[in-house]
Structure formats: C-alpha cells, structure tokens
Design a protein around this ligand. Structure first.
Ligand SMILES: [Zn+2]
Length: 215
C-alpha cells in the first residue's frame, strides 16, 4: 500500500470500491462513501473519496488517481480492461475478494445477483492472474506487497498456483454470459443514473459512484 497521501492508481471506480473493501476501518467496520471530489488536468484525474465507517462513524478520505479521462467506457462492473496488473490491490487481496464473491453465491436467491457475484469473482481471479509472468507458477515477489501477503502466499501455496487460478476460471461461466445476465440490472442502473443526472445538473459520472449497487 502506498504512503497515506499518495494517490492509489486505479483503472476505474470498481477498483476504488474493491480498495475500500479490503482496507476497512481500524475497528473492522466497512466504509460507506459520502462524497467524491475530482481534480482533472491533461495528464490525470485525481479522485478523492470521503467515507464514513458504518460501525464506529470514523471518517477517512481515500485519494485515487485514474490514468484515463472521460470515465469508464466499458460495462459498469468492468474492473480493468487492460492486461496490466493492478496497482491498487496485490495478488492476495484479489484472491481474497474472489473467495468472498464465490463464497456468497449460495446465499443469494436472485439469479441476477448470483450472476453479478460470479462476474465479480471472475474478474478478481483475472486480476490475480495478471501478476504472473509466463514462467511463474507461484506469485512473483512483485505481486506480494506486505508481510501479511507474503505469509499467506507461503502458507497457502496451492491456492496461489497459477494452475489453481486457471482451474477456478475454467469452472466459472464465461465473462460474456455473465455480462448478459447482468445487463437487465444494468439497464435499471442506467435509468437511475439518468434520473439522478436530471435532478442534479452538471454532475459527472464519478459522482454516481455510490449508486453502484452491491448486495
Ligand atoms: Zn470504524
């Protein structure tokens, strides 16, 4: 994790959301985003997300940097359309998220929610895999950013083998099928964004960040 004041590089708002998830409050509580401030120049977009802890009410501001302009162009749940590994979360954190999204499937009753959870799991596994070079069967040192991550990768060597991640991906439905299943819900989401935009003229895409529905 970079020093507190350095912005965390992300590919889009989805990665910001995941970053907040894996960096909970010191009390263990989850963050709820309150507001977003945006600064944009020719080279980059700086995005400061102010958040409040659900449990203890602590407040914190998370600085992010998006290296592209104009907002996300792909599907709303798209994490990282590039082949470059994440600079926000390391391989252990992506695998932890993938397990979280896979682990909750059986509790979800609506098929669209299950598809969304599988879509998130699939993308988190793909992000984990982006850290592996062609010769790597275990995660390279550059994919493990903390003592905690190095310890977990060593303790659970089987989980972090490239072949394990590839097998997990093979068992999941393909990305396009999951995206189709998500599209109905996405239409409702887009309608919500349009209505919100009418109500608050001049808002930009990143201010709809909090609308990202997560159940
Ligand atoms: Zn807290």
């Amino acid at each position: 994790m970079p020093p507190a004041d350095d912005p965390v590089h992300v590919h889009g708002v989805q990665e910001e959301y995941f970053y907040l998830m894996v960096h909970p409050c010191v009390c263990g509580g989850a963050w709820q985003s309150d507001s977003q401030e945006v600064e944009e120049d020719a080279a980059r977009v700086l995005h400061r997300v102010a958040a409040t802890c659900f449990t203890c009410g602590a407040r914190r501001t998370f600085p992010f940097q998006l290296d592209t302009h104009g907002g996300p162009k792909g599907p709303i749940r798209q994490v990282n359309p590039t082949a470059a590994p994440s600079r926000a979360l390391d391989v252990v954190e992506w695998m932890g998220l993938a397990k979280f999204y896979l682990g909750r499937i059986e509790q979800l009753t609506e098929s669209v929610r299950r598809a969304q959870s599988l879509l998130d799991a699939r993308q988190c596994l793909e992000e984990a895999l982006k850290f592996y070079g062609p010769q790597d069967d275990a995660p390279p040192a550059s994919a493990l950013w903390s003592d905690e991550s190095r310890r977990r990768a060593a303790d659970q060597a089987d989980t972090f083998r490239r072949s394990t991640i590839e097998t997990m991906l093979d068992r999941l439905p393909p990305l396009d099928r999951l995206r189709r299943a998500d599209s109905l819900d996405q239409k409702a989401f887009e309608r919500g964004v349009k209505e919100r935009a009418k109500a608050r003229v001049g808002r930009k895409w990143w201010q709809f960040w909090k609308l990202l529905r997560r159940t």
